[in-house]
Design a protein around this ligand. Structure first.
Ligand code: PEP
Ligand code: MN
Length: 249
């Protein structure tokens, strides 16, 4: 499916530089985020991630620190000077999230939340659009169009794995999506090997593979103590593993 987004190349956020987004799945405390931010920055990460509003499978799981998480992001941003990306789940939180987040993340579960896409389309900040859990490439590009049509062309596509018959890994990383998005659109595209695989030992090889096929960047989960993380500990890198990853890419 060829969809012409008609986006002026000059408006694209990521051009020459690789974007390395790193940080915990969820913000758990000021100390946890600050320690992680300082470490990943010292190893070359250029954007800090951390979820304040978490889309969890079970309502009984940790849902994120919400407003308190945004306050922590603000404080850590001030302390480290790192640009921030965090997920917007509900348009009613847009104003407070906009204040702190330099890139607005639309999560996989909301890829086709068209009212949410329309709202972020009216903003002037970059939006990172994660591929839906079972989305085709055409549906994913269509979702990007919902944002672009409102005037916001600063869209970063993020391949984060899709659901297939393979149940060995959390999702199946569809690396062919990277050159396909490059061919079909003129948007930057990055890969999230953490959610795509769900296991930390696959994050490094899949990051290397992502760059090999032309990715503009990666987003990886890093935690000071993954064994005790409140979400996604199994796929989160220890600090030494993040350092090793940065050395290899
Ligand atoms: C995330 O990156 O925080 C996340 C929840 O990922 P996804 O939307 O891809 O599941
Ligand atoms: Mn996560």
């Amino acid at each position: 499916i060829k969809i012409n987004l008609n986006i002026d190349k000059k408006q694209i956020v990521v051009k020459e530089d690789k974007i390395i987004i790193a940080g915990p799945c969820a913000i758990e405390s000021y100390e946890q985020l600050l320690e992680t931010a300082k470490f990943v920055k010292s190893k070359g990460a250029n954007v800090l991630r951390g979820g304040a509003f978490k889309p969890r499978t079970s309502p009984k799981s940790f849902q994120g620190l919400k407003e308190e998480g945004l306050e922590i992001l603000k404080a850590v941003k001030k302390e480290t000077n790192m640009p921030i990306i965090t997920e917007l789940m509900d348009a009613r939180d847009l104003e407070k999230l906009y204040e702190v987040s330099d890139i607005i993340q639309i999560g996989s579960r909301n890829m086709q939340n068209f009212t949410l896409l329309t709202e972020v389309g009216k903003q002037d900040k970059p939006v990172m659009l994660k591929r839906g859990i079972s989305a085709t490439i055409g549906e994913w590009i269509g979702a990007a169009e919902y944002i672009a049509i409102e005037g916001n062309h600063k869209i970063i596509m993020c391949e984060r794995g899709i659901r297939t018959y393979n149940d060995y890994t959390r999702n199946t990383l569809d690396l062919a999506a990277v050159p396909i998005i490059k061919k079909e659109t003129n948007l930057p595209v990055i890969v999230d090997p953490s959610h795509a695989t769900g296991v930390r030992y696959l994050v490094k090889p899949m990051s290397i593979a992502s760059f090999a096929c032309g990715s503009d960047g990666i987003m990886v989960e890093v935690h000071p103590d993954p064994e005790n993380a409140l979400s996604d500990g199994i796929q989160s890198l220890h600090f030494d593993e993040f350092e090793d990853l940065m050395n290899s890419i």
